[in-house]
Design a binder for this molecule. Structure first.
Ligand SMILES: CCCCCC/C=C/CC(=O)SCCNC(=O)CCNC(=O)[C@H](O)C(C)(C)COP(=O)(O)OP(=O)(O)OC[C@H]1O[C@@H](n2cnc3c(N)ncnc32)[C@H](O)[C@@H]1OP(=O)(O)O
Length: 300
């Protein structure tokens, strides 16, 4: 799939070939590689390759909460495209480098107080990340080591398999209604595909954030394991998935997922316009303001 985001100069600049990680992470040997295999990535995305296994671990590190800002989305897209195009890799594990947080979801500051052109560019990047992960030819496993609301949950749901750490704080779900906003139809479609119509109907309207035991029961994650076993479990699950011939697995994945992705692909521009119209409403901006204030006050 070609990377088609119509980006502004700032974000286009990020799309240069494979930026190296600055500072300490630069050229750090990948965990367990022992053979000089180097980590790479970008400021917010650390990629630990294991070429022998054909697997790369992609660690999100956009502190404090891995909110999906435009820059972060762009870096994730670059990393994913690079891995997708490198025949060395057959699978990726997406996880977080921010303790206790997988991803706080979309960056509210990209939609609050912004002009329509910015909101449109942002939404296009959100669409692009979803399409890239959801339709990836690679096996994509989510090693969910922290809380994962809204856009964080969408990212998880777009993986082929989800392993969640068993910590009651690590809730997962599409909680948009709690913010006074609405999960777009393609977020909803992915949830319905995963947990079924009735469970999704309740979860979406009530903005459920499922703690691990409930998450497993409803099927929004595939496995819940002790926190220190999330990465090793993701690795063993990956080995099972990689035992299947790539072409058969990829075509089957496409068969199952294409109709859902096509619904967005057929109306991307309309979806962007709809988002911009919705998010620009005074009432929605007010809801976002109230929610952001609540987040601030929680601290004080
Ligand atoms: C058709 C129209 C469709 C519109 C659809 C729009 C779809 C949106 C989907 C989304 O993803 S919306 C985002 C939903 N996310 C959330 O509700 C999570 C909000 N955050 C939290 O609940 C908490 O931050 C946390 C993740 C549980 C972490 O808690 P913790 O106590 O560890 O940290 P905080 O002190 O709360 O946060 C630190 C810092 O980060 C800011 N922040 C948190 N989340 C976001 C975010 N999603 N976007 C931007 N900024 C965020 C928070 O405000 C703090 O900032 P400060 O400056 O340090 O005070």
């Amino acid at each position: 799939m070609a990377l088609t985001v119509g980006l502004r100069p700032l974000t286009r600049a990020l799309l240069r070939p494979w930026a190296r990680v600055p500072g300490a992470a630069l050229g750090r040997p990948a965990a367990g590689s022992g053979d000089g295999v180097r980590c790479f990535g970008s400021p917010r995305v650390l990629v630990e390759p294991d070429p022998a296994a054909g697997v790369a671990v992609m660690k999100m590190r956009n502190p404090p909460v891995n909110s999906l800002s435009l820059e972060f989305l762009t870096e994730l897209l670059i990393s994913l495209e690079k891995l997708e195009n490198d025949k060395t890799f057959r699978g990726i594990i997406i996880t977080s480098d921010c303790p206790g947080i997988f991803s706080a979801g979309l960056d509210l500051l990209e939609m609050y107080g912004r002009d329509p052109a910015h909101c449109a560019e942002y939404w296009k990047a959100v669409q692009e990340l979803w399409l890239r992960v959801y339709l990836s030819n690679l096996v994509v496993i989510g090693a969910i080591n922290g809380i994962s609301p809204a856009g964080g949950c969408l990212l998880s749901l777009s993986c082929d398999y989800r392993v969640l750490a068993n910590n009651p704080k690590y809730a997962i779900g599409l909680n948009e209604t709690l913010l006074g906003i609405i999960a777009p139809f393609w977020f909803k479609d992915v949830l319905v595909n995963t947990i079924g119509h009735r469970a999704a109907e309740r979860a979406l309207q009530l903005g459920f954030l499922f703690p691990p035991s409930d998450a497993l029961q409803v099927g929004i994650v595939d496995q819940v394991v002790p926190e220190d076993q999330v990465q090793s479990t993701a690795r063993s699950v990956m080995a099972q998935w990689l035992a299947i011939p790539d072409h058969a697995r990829q075509l089957t994945k496409n068969l199952v997922r294409k109709p859902t992705a096509d619904r967005l692909l057929q109306q991307r521009d309309a979806d962007i316009q709809n988002f911009v119209r919705f998010i620009s409403r005074d009432s929605i901006q007010k809801s976002l303001h109230v929610y952001l204030e609540k987040l601030k006050q929680k601290k004080g």
